[in-house]
Design a binder for this molecule. Structure first.
Ligand code: ADP
Length: 613
């Protein structure tokens, strides 16, 4: 049939969205992006996690003739993506090393005949001559390059095979290319556009804000207990991720959380591959599971119902922090990001930068980025404002972070800072935080006597603050760059040029007041999940029944539960209580295929509940 006529009889993007995906309307710039690709234009898409980038290439692939080739970095996650599409009734497949040769041959034959809608493939395979050959012999509708920031050495997930994707524009200049990412600074954007040859294309950049995520940053006093309390109080029934700075810490914390009755798993790069994949799979396919991981975990994880992300130690910089916390709440429902940080972390990160193989200018950049992160930790401003401003974006006070939601008590800390700077100066700028505090508090300590520091003018002049308060003050002064930490030795504090200026120019500093809390008491209470917290008792019971049905179906098909229905859809079922299949079809996320496959099973549960009124 003539290509033009074929295209005319295909459904329009909105019809596909409604019929196949079961969503009512496009979000943000989705439709504009889709229309550009349908007309054959190249596009670059920078949109936050959870904003719906996948639909931007899936729908054009369904509207255009031929197969959409999706280049995706993680083989381990391709099958889940394919399964999710199959659940919608879309003909999708993956080609990678985990798939049998027979299945690959079968898929390749289907490609040549145009009997498939979407193919997922890793960049390493796409660029091989054999695959290029296969592409030349198949009808191709578009190339989507997911996680496109991997192309750039500036980005944090550089992958050399991504750079070779330049071949696509040379071999298939007529076929539209979409580059998609949630994270790319200016240099990375330039790299993506250049390497994929998108100069003539359209650029879509959407704000970075993730309004459904609540941001909190607290000072560390007993990290394990703080995390336990957070999970007990807010996420007793939820799935989440806890990031730790070392493999050992992930193992310790997993053990601790399991002892406390949680279903916690470990993930780090030192584990055997099969164990790692098994844990990743369990995380994706189970409910109420906590992944305790190093930053090796997370890229490409599109589990929509991750309700919390905790950082047990400070991350590398604001970019990493935002990307890692961005894994919470992809479904748009309320989620929490908590960071627990202490001074040791700062020293550790500084040491890490200092000891890396990077050249001096790169190290300087990394130190600056760490300073910006510390600024975020110690700010008395809205956290979201600080984060978004860092990315060149703006927002008004968010009312969904700890500084907006709790009264932030800041005070004029000039005198305390003067005492601290003076004490560091008089002790020779070579002692660490603990020693400086001992001198300020006038402790009777052998070491102090040995160095005669009980004779200096700053000995005992800081008794108005307790030890923990001084720790907070010194950390804030490091964050405000009055002190640097000598990372070549034993963490001695040095006064920076800013610190000397502070004294000389009689500047003022404001500090966040440290509130001493009594020992944390963790109560064993089962709180409802964030998702169901607005439900009454009967609604909670119905929600749980729907979840069990979803789990049963998911297990039967060996797919993650969210592939059947998202929490969001179950929540809507509870609140809307559809009385017929027609009404059920109106629930967001119920497309034609899912209605046919699951409508009856879920409606039976809802009708049963309605009858019991
Ligand atoms: P991203 O790749 O940008 O992180 P996804 O493509 O995974 O985001 O989409 C996040 C979630 O939002 C998915 O569950 C997706 O089905 C859903 N979604 C996407 N577009 C829409 C829409 N127009 N209406 C409702 N839900 C949508």
């Amino acid at each position: 049939m003539d290509r033009h006529i074929m295209q005319q009889i295909k459904d329009s993007p909105i019809q596909i969205l409604q019929k196949i995906y079961g969503y009512n309307q496009f979000r943000g710039k989705q439709l504009e992006i889709i229309n550009n690709v349908i007309t054959g234009k190249n596009v670059f898409v920078l949109m936050p996690t959870g904003s719906g980038k996948s639909i931007c290439y899936q729908i054009p692939a369904l509207c255009r003739n031929g197969i959409g080739i999706i280049i995706s970095p993680l083989i381990a996650l391709m099958q889940d993506q394919v399964n999710a599409l199959k659940e919608l009734g879309i003909k999708a497949a993956a080609i990678n090393s985990s798939i049998s040769y027979r299945d690959i041959l079968n898929t390749q034959a289907k490609m040549k005949n145009g009997q498939i809608d979407l193919i997922y493939v890793a960049p390493e395979r796409v660029i091989t001559p054999q695959f290029i050959d296969l592409l030349h012999n198949s009808p191709i509708s578009l190339f989507a390059i997911d996680e496109a920031h991997c192309i750039s050495q500036w980005g944090h997930d550089f992958r050399s095979s991504y750079q070779k994707l330049t071949v696509l524009s040379l071999e298939f200049p007529e076929i539209p290319r979409l580059a998609l990412t949630a994270t790319a600074d200016n240099a990375t954007r330039k790299d993506i556009i250049e390497k994929l040859n998108l100069k003539d294309g359209e650029i879509f950049i959407e704000g970075f804000d993730r309004p459904n995520i609540n941001y909190s940053i607290i000072e560390q006093n007993s990290a394990k207990q703080q995390i336990l309390k957070f999970i007990q109080d807010k996420h007793f029934n939820d799935s989440g991720i806890v990031y730790c700075s070392s493999r050992k810490k992930t193992e310790d914390l997993t053990k601790f959380l399991c002892q406390k009755g949680f279903n916690a798993l470990t993930y780090h790069a030192g584990m055997p591959d099969n164990h790692r994949f098994q844990n990743q799979n369990l995380f994706l396919k189970s409910e109420k599971v906590i992944m305790v991981a190093t930053i090796a975990f997370g890229m490409g994880i599109d589990k929509p119902d991750v309700r919390f992300v905790v950082h047990l130690n400070i991350p590398k910089n604001i970019e990493s922090y935002y990307q890692e916390t961005g894994r919470a709440g992809r479904d748009g429902l309320p989620s929490n990001a908590l960071m627990v940080y202490g001074t040791n972390d700062v020293v550790l990160q500084r040491n890490f930068i200092y000891g890396s193989n990077a050249d001096e200018s790169q190290k300087f950049i990394e130190h600056q980025k760490l300073n910006a992160l510390l600024g975020l930790c110690e700010t008395t401003k809205c956290r979201r404002q600080v984060i978004l401003e860092y990315f060149g974006d703006k927002c008004s006070q968010c009312n969904n972070c700890d500084t907006c939601l709790t009264q932030q008590d800041s005070y004029d800390g000039t005198i305390a800072a003067q005492k601290a700077v003076s004490c560091v100066y008089r002790t020779g700028q070579r002692f660490g935080i603990g020693y400086i505090i001992d001198v300020l508090l006038g402790k009777e300590d052998g070491k102090i006597f040995r160095f005669n520091h009980n004779r200096i003018s700053t000995y005992g002049i800081g008794k108005e603050f307790k030890e923990r308060e001084w720790k907070s003050i010194l950390r804030q002064l490091i964050a405000q760059n009055l002190f640097s930490v000598d990372i070549t030795g034993f963490g001695g504090l040095k006064i920076t040029s800013e610190g000397f200026r502070f004294i000389k120019e009689k500047k003022t500093v404001y500090l966040r007041r440290y509130i001493i809390k009594d020992k944390i008491k963790v109560k064993k209470v089962s709180k409802p999940s964030v998702v169901s917290s607005a439900f009454n008792g009967r609604e909670t019971a119905l929600f749980n029944l729907l979840k069990s049905k979803r789990m049963q179906l998911a297990m039967e098909q060996n797919v993650p539960p969210y592939v059947i229905f998202h929490d969001r859809a179950l929540r809507e079922m509870v609140l809307e209580k559809p009385k017929s299949l027609d009404e059920f079809a109106k629930i967001s996320g119920v497309g034609e295929n899912k209605l046919r496959k699951y409508g009856r099973a879920f409606m039976d549960i809802i009708l049963n509940d309605l009858e019991q009124v």
